[in-house]
Design a protein around this ligand. Sequence first.
Ligand SMILES: [Zn+2]
Length: 75
Amino acid sequence: MKCLKCGAEAEKSTTTSVTDLGGCLVIVRNVPCYKCSECNEIYYTGDVVEKLEKIIETTRKAMEDISVVDYAKVA
Ligand SMILES: [Zn+2]
């Protein structure tokens, strides 16, 4: 596929996706993507975007199941 920014050829690659959920970061490694050979712009295909959203949603819910206690407030 072609890069939408500069028109150069974007090649298959993998990247690390970092999503800021406010209180925490969700980091997903080895996400398949297309990377521009010129400007390093990253593109995800539709199904990868969908899967990433599911992973982030699952992770967010899992994290809500973990109780975080502030020592200073309870001690
Ligand atoms: Zn580019």
